[in-house]
Ligand binder design. Structure first.
Ligand code: FNR
Length: 373
């Protein structure tokens, strides 16, 4: 069963006005198994709800009578300019949402002049994505049991002009996503990694989801700080560590030579009851103490969420599900519209808070629960 696009249903004049509406359209457009895979989180989905709810508990402190006739949202990361601090998070298998898959997403990112992080589980070949547009791309990697596969992927990414490696460190084993288990989730398209490992795409799982079995066979639970050293030794690209939510690990990441830290709980798909990322951000920012940029992802659904993340010290945010929902509803145009809506909302929040540039967004513009106690 393929997703039905919005256009196919004659609704192009009636575009969604926010991310939530895109989510509703995506739910209608996608087979349940795919929607659940995209939307779902680990176990009780406590962290999934918290990623969003915690943003709701942070209030804004607007400043008035400041000339906001010109707002500049642009920023840069590792020397690469972006039109706003809103990036595309690595999420796997975009062909589940649209036949053009990651190529469509990359074009949307390029049109919005932002950075896309391509997932290891891309359903389009890395080469295809690289040649489809001139978006700045980072490549997301796991360290596999088979180090040669990880090394090959890094070399491919390097030679195709990817600008950084995003090493996901919160997945030594796969979190328990019960919807996928219940639905016996399978991926219809073989991805890059399946190709490389010469794995049979029909992994023949019994009971659990095939994703679980794939993870068991490939992910290395012995992953440690030594592997970060190893990765540094095989590439000259900067390495960002994705999946850090504590000050302790943030300090270690800087010591290990990470070029950036991404506060993430994998969209609440790994450890349930891990903290909401916006709640963990400030602790990490303090520990990193400006040594490297700190990014955050998880639960960003509004421009005001982006504003709050900036105020608490993030250099930029990444969005995962919202882009996926846009892609499912309207293909490339939908993914692009989602990013543009978030940008417009951020611009509005900045104007109403009296901030003319991202540098002017400060800690004093937000009130967290901690501040109110
Ligand atoms: C992910 N995420 C993810 N992360 C990663 O490092 N590699 C991956 O392949 C994937 N795949 C993936 C698939 C899907 C469907 C989702 C929803 C998420 C996590 C992702 O990069 C990011 O951390 C979260 O999506 C951020 O949360 P929001 O924006 O989805 O709330």
């Amino acid at each position: 069963p393929g997703p039905k696009s919005l256009e196919a249903r004659g609704m192009e004049d009636n575009l969604p006005v926010n991310v939530r509406e895109y989510q509703e359209l995506a739910e209608k457009a996608l087979p349940k198994m795919y929607y659940d895979y995209i939307n779902g989180g680990a176990e009780d989905e406590h962290t999934l709800r918290e990623n969003i709810a915690a943003y709701g508990r942070i209030l804004l402190r607007p400043r008035v009578l400041i000339d906001v006739s010109k707002i500049n949202m642009s920023t840069s990361l590792l020397g690469y300019d972006m039109s706003s601090p809103i990036m595309v998070a690595p999420t796997g298998a975009h062909k589940l949402a649209n036949p053009e898959g990651e190529v469509a997403t990359a074009r949307a990112a390029a049109a919005c002049n932002t950075i896309m992080v391509l997932s290891f589980a891309s359903s389009c070949k890395i080469e295809e994505v690289a040649s489809s547009c001139n978006a700045i791309r980072f490549y997301q990697l796991y360290v596999y049991k088979r180090r040669d596969v990880s090394a090959t992927l890094v070399r491919r990414a390097e030679s195709l002009g990817f600008k950084a490696i995003v090493l996901t460190v919160d997945t030594p084993v796969l979190g328990r996503r019960e919807a996928d288990i219940r639905n016996k989730m399978i991926f219809p398209q073989p991805g890059n990694v399946v190709d490389l490992m010469s794995l049979d795409n029909d992994l023949g799982a019994e009971g659990g989801s095939k994703l679980e079995q794939f993870a068991r066979e490939t992910l290395d639970p012995s992953l440690s700080w030594k592997d970060v050293e190893w990765l540094k030794s095989i590439t000259s690209l900067p390495i960002l560590l994705k999946g850090i939510v504590t000050a302790e690990d943030a300090r270690k990441a800087v010591e290990a030579g990470a070029a950036g830290v991404i506060v993430s709980n994998h969209g609440a798909r790994q450890l349930d009851y891990a903290p909401a990322t916006i709640s963990a951000l400030e602790e990490v920012v303090k520990a990193v103490a400006g040594a490297v940029p700190v990014l955050v992802d998880g639960g960003v659904r509004r421009g005001t969420d982006v504003f709050k993340a900036l105020a608490l010290g993030a250099k930029a945010v990444m969005v995962g599900r919202p882009v996926f929902f846009g892609l499912a509803a309207r293909g490339e145009a939908g993914a692009r519209h989602v990013i543009e809506m978030l940008k417009n909302e951020l611009e509005l929040a900045m104007a109403l808070c009296g901030c003319r540039s991202v540098a002017e967004v400060t800690r004093a513009h937000v009130l967290t629960e901690g501040d109110r106690i």
